[in-house]
Design a protein around this ligand. Structure first.
Ligand code: GDP
Ligand code: MG
Length: 171
C-alpha cells in the first residue's frame, strides 16, 4: 500500500490535534493536552486507491531546532493551520512555511487551513486573508474548516494526500 507522511503544524491552540483526531477517529476532542506530539495512522481510499496516511501532530515543543528539521525532512506534505478566531495565528505560519521550503524546496505539497469556522461570532480573520496568503504561497489550496463540526476535515487530508501522490509522480 502507498504511504504518505503528513505533518500538521501551526500555532498553539489553533486545533491541530482536534483536526487530526476528528479525521482519524471521527470524534471532536475539546480538551487535548497541548504538549502531546503524536503520530496517527489511517487508511483512506483516494481516487480508488488505498493509501496509508501517517500524520505527525506537532506541538511546537521541540527543544532542538534539529528535531524540527528532522521531521520536516521526513514529512512529504504539510497542513499549515491557523485559527479563524485569532488573527495573530496567521502570522505564525510565514516563518514555518519558509523553513519548510528551505528544507523541502518550493514545490512542497502544502494545504493552508483556517480552522474553527463554526465560531462565527468570534471570527477575526476574513476569508480574503486566507486567499491572499494562499496566492502569496503560489496558490496552495485554502480551506476553512471546523474540527468541531467536521467541516472540510476529510477534504484537507484528501487534498494533501493527492498533492503528495502527484508530487511523487513527477519527482
Ligand atoms: P492545538 O494546540 O493546535 O493542537 O489545538 P487543539 O486541537 O488542542 O485545540 C485547542 C482548543 O480549540 C481546544 O479547546 C479545542 O476544543 C478548540 N477547538 C479546536 N478546533 C475547534 C473547532 O473547529 N471549533 C471550535 N469551536 N473549537 C475548536
Ligand atoms: Mg495539539
Amino acid at each position: 500500500m502507498k504511504e504518505v507522511r503528513v505533518v500538521i503544524m501551526g500555532g498553539g491552540g489553533v486545533g491541530k490535534s482536534a483536526l487530526t483526531v476528528q479525521f482519524v477517529r471521527n470524534v471532536f476532542v475539546s480538551t487535548y493536552d497541548p504538549t502531546i506530539e503524536d503520530t496517527y495512522r489511517k487508511v483512506i481510499s483516494i481516487d480508488g486507491q488505498q493509501c496509508l496516511v501517517e500524520i505527525l501532530d506537532t506541538a511546537g515543543t521541540e527543544q532542538f531546532m534539529a528535531l524540527k528539521e528532522l521531521y520536516m525532512k521526513s514529512g512529504q506534505g504539510f497542513l499549515l493551520v491557523f485559527s479563524l478566531t485569532q488573527l495573530s495565528s496567521v502570522n505564525e505560519l510565514g516563518p514555518l512555511r519558509e523553513q519548510i521550503v528551505r528544507i523541502k524546496g518550493s514545490k512542497v505539497p502544502i494545504v493552508l487551513v483556517g480552522n474553527k469556522s463554526d465560531l462565527r461570532p468570534e471570527r477575526q480573520v476574513p476569508r480574503e486573508v486566507g486567499t491572499n496568503l494562499s496566492r502569496a504561497w503560489g496558490n496552495v489550496p485554502y480551506y476553512e474548516a471546523s474540527a468541531r463540526k467536521k467541516i472540510n476535515v476529510d477534504e484537507i487530508f484528501a487534498d494533501i494526500v493527492r498533492q503528495c501522490r502527484a508530487w511523487e509522480l513527477v519527482n
